[in-house]
Ligand binder design. Structure first.
Ligand SMILES: [Zn+2]
Length: 346
């Protein structure tokens, strides 16, 4: 059995996560009114700042000199939080195995009592339990029991990417915060704060639909190489699509592929096609905005390419599917270009 203490990432700011102003203001207003729930559910897509929100919320609650939504960053509780040595904050990571799931909740319960007694008499303790949609039904029921009779002086932060897979009875015990994907400009700011140059941050944001985790993934090597290759393919006047499919298959070997399907080609090709679809939109959207027909073709292409991607996953001839996929993408892009040029010349 293992227990995890929070180690905030080096790049995490003292203040609230970017792009969730109404949610951070709501939480701070609750504190100002003397309200702190025994459980919060932070629901929304992955990679938008839910865990950062929980760490910030704990910091704000404990801070001796907060101003609005900003913890001071220098008082004792703030310093303990930022160094990852806060005795009153536990981030509980759950392993895949069911048995360990069960024991982790027990550990969390016991640790709550321990921490209150020993490390911080009189202080509130906080738990962060991420991704509770992945808990088994038995584990969710166990969690529910804890939430029904919350230990005194303890606050839970639960996160869920897919709240519809969480027991209604758990949801109803929590104050819920609904997170949305980050706005384009906010995602760019988050990436710039992590050290990406503006131009690259802009490109990554276009591909990532408001999710920091995706942007960071697409900035890593196999994805960068693939995106550069897509751009080369776009620049060719008359590409050989079978050759392209062949090259793409080689490039796909370095991709992560889908979880649980290691060693299989097709999930990796589906991952490649999914990335290409993102690239296709990111690179066409600016062009298509100029002209109604170009935008119409972009919509049409979205359905066709999604269909071609699905065919790829189920086909016995993935190479032919990939060839067809690239052909459709190329032809639609040529049409979008033609109409957008027409628009510019009118
Ligand atoms: Zn402080």
């Amino acid at each position: 059995m293992r227990r995890w203490r929070t180690l905030p990432e080096g790049t995490e700011a003292v203040g609230p996560p970017l792009g969730h102003g109404p949610l951070t203001a709501l939480f701070a207003a609750g504190l100002d009114a003397g309200r702190l729930a025994s459980a919060y559910l932070l629901a929304g897509p992955p990679g938008v700042g839910k865990r950062h929100f929980a760490r910030w919320a704990v910091r704000l609650t404990q801070c001796a000199a907060r101003k609005g939504t900003e913890p001071c960053g220098t008082c004792n509780p703030c310093r303990a939080s930022l160094s990852g040595n806060d005795p009153c904050f536990v981030e509980v990571a759950f392993r895949e195995e069911k048995g360990e799931h069960e024991s982790m909740v027990e550990a969390a319960r016991r640790f709550a009592a321990e921490a209150l007694r020993a490390a911080a008499p009189g202080r509130r303790c906080f738990y962060l339990l991420p991704n509770i949609q992945d808990y088994s039904l038995a584990l969710q029921n166990s969690l529910l029991k804890t939430l029904e009779e919350p230990p005194a002086g303890v606050t839970f932060f639960l996160t869920a990417d897919r709240p519809e897979q969480v027991l209604e009875t758990i949801v109803s015990r929590c104050q819920e915060f609904q997170f949305l994907p980050l706005a384009h400009a906010d995602l760019i700011r988050v990436l710039e704060a992590r050290g990406f140059p503006s131009r690259q941050a802009g490109e990554l944001a276009l591909l990532s639909a408001g999710r920091v985790d995706l942007a960071l993934k697409f900035a890593t090597e196999p994805y960068r190489r693939l995106l550069a290759w897509f751009r080369e393919l776009d620049a060719q006047p008359a590409p050989d699509f079978l050759v392209a499919a062949d090259e793409a298959t080689v490039l796909a070997e370095d991709l992560e592929g889908e979880e649980g399907a290691a060693g299989q080609d097709r999930p990796k090709l589906a991952e490649l096609a999914a990335l290409h679809l993102r690239h296709f939109f990111a690179s066409s959207l600016e062009l298509a905005r100029e002209h109604y027909l170009a935008f119409h073709i972009l919509n049409l292409a979205s359905e066709e390419l999604l269909g071609a991607r699905e065919a790829l996953a189920g086909s016995g001839h993935p190479m032919l599917c990939l060839e067809q996929y690239f052909r459709v993408a190329f032809e639609r892009r040529a049409q979008i270009l033609r109409f957008s040029h027409t628009a510019l010349n009118v």
